[in-house]
Write a protein that binds this ligand. Structure first.
Ligand code: ACO
Length: 325
């Protein structure tokens, strides 16, 4: 009998400070940077985002999302034997945010490491956890996407600082005879490093290079739309399924226009797409598990339904996971 991994519970957490587009526009205006609610909504679909307080790091957001996912799964932290955190905004250069989270959860001994694939991080992490559970290397995994992207933003660059937010989402994945994750498909093409990056690094006690986010928005847009369709089709083919088998598309929440375009290509009506970008902005690796948890808790996503999770981001990286919830 095939051994699957299936989602036993989901959780998420948003820091309390919420800024609408009007709030952010007022803060930016004070710095001489001009933007508007109208421009942001029309080009991106974003209406609000959450920013963490300066002393709150990704591990703290991850902890709260993880506690909610464990509660939903009816499990204690001590029953988890694998922790993977997808993040590009770790608390420290090292150790990993997963190790810091493990200590906060109090389950010493569980394997713990981070995955760095920017906005594709969660589908990468889920695929690694699934493979480890299928192989018998793990029984129960906590897979988390957690980000404080606000720390990377240049608040004098209106083309990027209006797009991102902070938050975390988590799932508990456990071994099961029932599906479960059915297929996944991951890719990267490092020649596109320059279109979306934070080029700075730490060396000799200093930050060398620019530590703020740089993006060629139009290049990212064009690449994203193409690869998201390809990844979804490849994943469906591996699972022996078709477009018609998707009950919900849960894409990385970067821009409503990218999501609409992907849905059109997959011949999915827009009401089968889970959308949270309007309330969360782009939370990078946290966006898919945040959207999943919000759809589970609102009753949109039900047990037995088939979900297509899709990520795309810096690297360039992209991928999809098709699963029975
Ligand atoms: N407010 C007001 N005006 C603005 C703003 C702003 N915040 N930002 C840019 N503008 C202006 C520009 O200066 C430009 O003005 P000009 O015509 O006078 O030069 C005009 O708006 C149009 O700018 P464009 O860059 O052409 O706008 P575009 O329609 O391409 O939208 C956007 C920009 C929203 C960034 C779009 O390209 C996009 O969404 N790209 C994908 C980005 C993305 O999804 N990134 C993340 C994916 S991966 C990851 O999540 C890490």
């Amino acid at each position: 009998m095939r051994r699957y991994s299936r989602i036993a519970g989901t959780g998420s957490y948003l820091p309390p400070r919420r800024l609408t587009n009007a709030d952010l526009a007022a803060e930016l205006a004070a710095k001489g940077v001009e933007t508007s609610d109208e421009w942001i909504v029309e080009r991106t679909g974003i209406r609000a985002r959450h920013f963490a307080a300066p002393e709150v790091g990704s591990s703290e957001l991850a902890l709260k999302a993880s506690q909610r996912a464990l509660e939903a799964a009816g499990l204690e932290a001590s029953q988890i034997d694998l922790i993977i955190v997808a993040t590009s905004t770790p608390d420290m250069v090292f150790p990993s945010t997963a190790c810091i989270l493990q200590h906060k959860l109090g389950n010493a001994g569980a394997a713990a490491f981070d995955v760095q694939a920017v906005c594709s991080g969660f589908v990468y992490a889920l695929t690694v956890a699934d493979a480890m559970i299928q192989s018998g290397a793990a029984q129960r995994a906590l897979v988390v996407g957690a980000e404080v992207f606000s720390r990377l933003l240049d608040f004098t660059d209106r083309t990027t600082c209006v797009l991102f937010g902070d938050g975390a989402g988590a799932v508990v994945l456990e071994a099961s005879d029932e599906p479960g994750i059915l297929a996944s498909d991951l890719h990267a093409d490092g020649k596109h490093v320059g279109i979306l990056c934070v080029p700075g690094h730490v060396s000799g006690g200093q930050v060398l290079g620019d530590p703020l986010l740089k993006m060629d928005g139009q290049a990212v847009f064009k690449l994203a739309v193409g690869v998201l369709e390809d990844a979804a089709r490849a994943t469906l083919a591996k699972a022996g399924k078709t477009d018609a088998d998707i009950d919900w598309l849960i894409p990385h929440q970067a821009n409503i226009r990218i999501m609409q375009s992907t849905a059109r290509k997959l011949k999915l009506p827009l009401d089968k797409v889970v959308v949270t970008v309007d309330q969360h902005g782009n939370t990078s690796a946290a966006s898919i598990p945040l959207a999943l948890d919000s759809a589970v808790r609102s009753g949109q996503v039900k047990r037995g339904q088939h979900l297509m999770l899709e990520g795309v981001g810096g690297g360039f990286t992209w991928g999809a996971v098709f699963l029975r919830y």
